[in-house]
Design a binder for this molecule. Structure first.
Ligand code: GTP
Ligand code: MG
Length: 196
């Protein structure tokens, strides 16, 4: 699969506004500011395919990108950001949970966590829920460039150990958009989800 050919399809406030529920979708989920939109841009080699920002809460809609006819990547709003007004937060959370529970073509979930702060409650909930729903999971520990290689390995081992506590076989990899680390692991996983 050539992810460089990915293009924007649509942004939707909720699942009623999404295109038909067919083909295969893989969604990028994680706490606000974890680096979801940046990872999409790195994978697709496009600077501003998905909008990124220093301010958490940048992505507020369900954003769909098409890799090829029927094969889509989805940039989801982040969770867990406290500074957003309660009303807005509830609206996104509703859109997010509805997407995750009702979208039949959702095959895999890439769960991104800042390597310095992995496996917060909401991350664990997200993984548990995906496993229960038979959705495959890849965990990416993002911003790996922020740690020296020893600390990076220590965090990776820690999260890999913890991942054994979930049912199923959850792959965990380090990732950096800045240094382009882990991009091959990500594209290989997506290839496998898109292929069978
Ligand atoms: P929301 O849309 O708010 O949920 O955030 P997001 O998860 O999409 O994060 P986004 O990609 O917008 O990145 C958040 C911030 O982290 C931006 O300032 C990015 O430049 C920075 N960032 C993302 N990936 C990396 C990385 O690999 N290394 C470093 N050092 N910074 C990164
Ligand atoms: Mg984003």
């Amino acid at each position: 699969w050539n992810y460089h050919l990915t293009h924007f399809v649509t942004s939707a406030p909720d699942i009623r506004h999404l295109p038909s529920d067919s083909g295969i979708e893989v969604a990028f989920a994680g706490r606000s500011n974890a680096g979801k939109s940046s990872a999409l841009n790195t994978l697709t080699n496009q600077k501003s395919l998905a909008r990124t920002s220093k301010t958490p809460g940048r992505t507020q809609l369900i954003n769909l990108f098409q890799v090829a006819e029927g094969y889509r990547l989805v940039d989801l709003p982040g969770y867990g950001y406290a500074e957003v007004p309660e009303e807005v937060k509830l609206k996104w959370q509703h859109a997010l949970s509805e997407y995750l529970h009702r979208r039949e073509c959702l095959k895999g979930l890439v769960v991104l966590m800042d390597i310095r702060h992995p496996l917060k409650d909401l991350d664990q909930q997200m993984i548990k829920w995906a496993v229960q729903s038979d959705i495959q999971v890849l965990v990416l520990l993002t911003k790996a460039d922020k740690l020296a290689s020893g600390a990076r390995k220590a965090q990776l081992n820690l999260v890999r150990e913890a991942a054994k506590g979930f049912v199923g076989d959850i792959q965990v990899e380090v990732f950096s958009s800045l240094k382009r680390i882990g991009v091959d692991k990500l594209s290989q996983k997506l290839d496998s989800w898109f292929t069978d």
